[in-house]
Design a protein around this ligand. Structure first.
Ligand code: ADP
Length: 489
């Protein structure tokens, strides 16, 4: 066990806030103890960030030099993949194989935004008058608050830090209370890669205290948030009061649809992966399943069989499919939803309890669960559970299916399984979702924009425009004529 320092204004210091403990969800053992940031630490970090992004050494650095820092970070992450994945697993209990994937995706994100930084272009529009030339270029916003959840720290943190730094800003990262370690490790990597002091600070602490103070701080010019919809809504108000921009990646209750001509084996494995990987702790989890009535019985039998074969176990054991949930409190909230489903008349087809294996008793595990027979009005069909719980129902009419699939406050993602891409595109166009996966699920590409419709969020991350979100355009007009403006005549 180590006592961790936190990274403020380019220095490692004791936080001046409350004690904070990072525990291993597999057995509750303590990973690290630290003192969270205090309100004074927030002020220090913002003051240092505000100085640092204005420094000519950063502001006037040619883009390819700024990109160098991100390229170096990317290479460091790749070289240390195993150690970082192990840390990610300790921090939030994800199986090592998944953690490795997240680490490598973070390396790819740093590289992608380094390239976006190097190749960033302004605009040279053709003006409406021969007497003037105009151009627009992109400038940094200033100090960015990046507030992240516990489910995929290294990936969601890099998704904010890389484009923000690439855009010439300074970033203050507020990781989730449960998972402070990865953000601090990222700070160490950026320091090693030569990021000038003050451009990145990490402030572990309570969301309602440290996150709130950071978001409200007058020096912060953008809030980039990933987390729950209620917190996102609150932060949208904070941003509106300050008239600053915000991006919100929020919750989901994503529908997955199996059409009768689908490759049933591929679809069943894809559906299981879509909901049960990360033990369902993913905003994009495919948590509502609609299967065409013609194939419902056979499909559900196969899905049940696949689910029965999933290994729930220690996240460090190779071959584990589902590790523990983040903590016992969250596990209990998942269990409460399943109890609610039973009360609402649902049939728990498989799972619906904590595992009986005594070697898992100290961790916050829950079995992969499939529930049928629920009315679409049940809370279990409407609310984000953020656990390994799938609700399934048959359909036979496309209009009814679309109405049900879209009957949600959320609109993050959707899945469609069919061999016919004409059906997939027609159906996909009717779904209210920011991402539609066809014959795949939960696959990601950093070059493809990501974000939610409806209450699943505002703004997009990733893609070339991802860097623009952290910049503002300035337009110049250059007069070319010799005659004075006519107004004085
Ligand atoms: P989750 O359910 O994923 O934990 P939250 O929205 O509660 O979602 O938390 C996501 C992040 O937002 C965490 O870093 C948390 O500490 C932070 N947070 C929570 N409340 C606030 C708030 N009022 N202001 C700023 N950040 C907050």
């Amino acid at each position: 066990m180590t006592m961790h320092k936190i990274f403020i204004a380019g220095e490692w210091r004791e936080g001046r806030g409350e004690p904070l403990i990072s525990t291993f969800p597999a057995d509750g053992s303590i990973n690290a103890e630290l003192n969270a940031a205090s309100l004074e630490d927030v002020d220090d970090a913002v003051a240092a960030a505000d100085r640092a992004w204005r420094e000519p050494a950063w502001r006037d650095l040619p883009p390819h030099r700024r990109a160098d820092v991100l390229y170096r970070v990317s290479r460091l992450i790749e070289a240390r993949c195993e150690a970082l994945a192990a840390l990610q697993t300790r921090d939030n209990g994800k199986p090592l194989a998944e953690a490795r994937g997240l680490v490598m995706s973070a390396a790819g994100t740093a590289r992608y935004f380094a390239a976006a930084c190097e190749t960033l272009e302004g605009e040279l529009p053709t003006p409406r008058s021969a007497d003037v030339m105009t151009f627009s270029h992109y400038e940094p916003l200033g100090v960015i608050a990046a507030i992240t959840p516990w489910n995929s720290p290294i990936a969601s943190e890099m998704q904010k830090v890389a484009p923000a730094l690439a855009g010439g800003n300074a970033v203050i990262l507020k990781p989730a209370e449960a998972t402070p370690l990865m953000a601090l490790e990222l700070a160490a990597l950026f320091e090693e890669a030569g990021l000038p002091k003050g451009l990145l600070s990490v402030l572990p602490g309570k969301g309602r205290v440290i996150g709130e103070a950071l978001a409200r701080h007058p020096g912060v010019r953008r809030i980039s948030f990933t987390g729950g919809t209620e917190t996102g809504r609150h932060l949208a108000h904070v941003a509106a009061d300050k008239l600053i921009s915000t991006s919100l990646e929020l919750g989901g209750k994503s529908p997955t649809i199996v059409l009768p001509d689908a490759d049933m084996e591929q679809a069943a494995k894809g559906v299981a992966y879509g909901i049960f990987s990360s033990a369902g702790q993913a905003c994009i989890a495919g948590s509502r399943l609609y299967v065409h009535a013609d194939c419902y019985t056979a499909f559900m039998e196969r899905l049940e069989e696949i689910t029965r074969g999933l290994r729930v176990g220690h996240p460090e054991t190779p071959g584990t499919h589902l590790g523990p949930l983040i903590n016992i409190r969250h596990r209990d909230s998942v269990a409460a939803y399943v109890d609610q489903a039973r009360q609402d008349g649902g049939h728990v087809r498989i799972g619906g309890q904590v595992p009986t294996d005594p070697s898992l008793a100290a961790g916050s595990y829950y079995l992969p669960t499939i529930i049928e027979g629920l009315a679409p009005t049940s809370r279990v069909c409407r609310e984000e559970i953020f656990g390994p719980v799938l609700v399934a129902a048959p359909f036979d009419d496309e209009d009814d299916l679309v109405a049900q699939a879209n009957d949600s406050v959320y609109g993050l993602a959707a899945g469609i399984w069919t061999r016919d891409y004409r059906d997939a595109l027609r159906l996909g166009a009717r779904l209210e979702a920011g991402t539609v996966w066809v014959n795949t699920y939960k696959t990601f590409s950093i070059s493809t924009p990501f974000g939610g419709f409806k209450e699943s969020g505002l703004g997009r991350e990733k893609g070339r425009q991802g860097i623009h979100a952290y910049m503002q355009q300035k337009s110049f007009y250059l007069g070319l004529g010799q005659t004075p403006n006519p107004w004085c005549d």
